[in-house]
Write a protein that binds this ligand. Sequence first.
Ligand SMILES: [Zn+2]
Length: 258
Amino acid sequence: MAAGTAYKALFRFYEELNDFLPAGHRKKDKTYTFKGNPAVKDSIEAQNVPHTEVDLIVVNGNPVDFNYKLRDGDRVSVYPVFETLDIRPAIKTGRKPLRVTKFILDVHLGKLARLLRMTGFDTMYRNDYEDAEIIRIGEEETRIILTRDRGILKNSRVTRGYFIRSQKPWEQIKEVINRFQLQDDIKFLCRCIKCNSPIESVEKKEVAHMLKAGTANIYSRFFKCRGCGNIYWQGSHFNRMAGYMKRLQTELRSKQSG
Ligand SMILES: [Zn+2]
């Protein structure tokens, strides 16, 4: 193609990818003007959709990967990760499934971090992370980046990420569990809410000296964090967390059946 000439392709974004488009452009064909032959991945991101949200790209009826070079007159359909229906053809965008789902969260998602740890998911979070640090750790430790900042997800080093839609922590955790199909991986009381390290059951005599006399007398089951040493016991806080877990599982089930 001659340099400098402007070409056109027709794009259509499906389902929740429309969340990233301006109101007037949703669920419609959209003409995209470009020069040269850019990778389809860059053309998608130029339209504000992070590549981590994309699972399948079809050009003129054929599935392509992110490196496909856009050509004049192409008709491009872009699909999100399908939540429930497995209608994905053989060629996808080249990502391998992770063996264990692990997360790193941006600085605005502190409450979601606590809920994810409470449900047993390996979740790194600090309220002073720089974006570059989140991206580096995500890459090195194959962690899924959860963020409400789509700028992070557009970074080319990010291959695993998810843009959190809701602003409410309780909705956010359900969003994450549904998106990554983690319903069967929820484990209560296996991870420290403060530091993310595993916690383990301990004998009362091991921790009695660290507790107030009343606590040590009343309760019998104790857990200790291997990282920060925080002690958990089957008291009111524990019961409140158990209540949250029950409610979470009920609400997740009702969504599945509805
Ligand atoms: Zn801890």
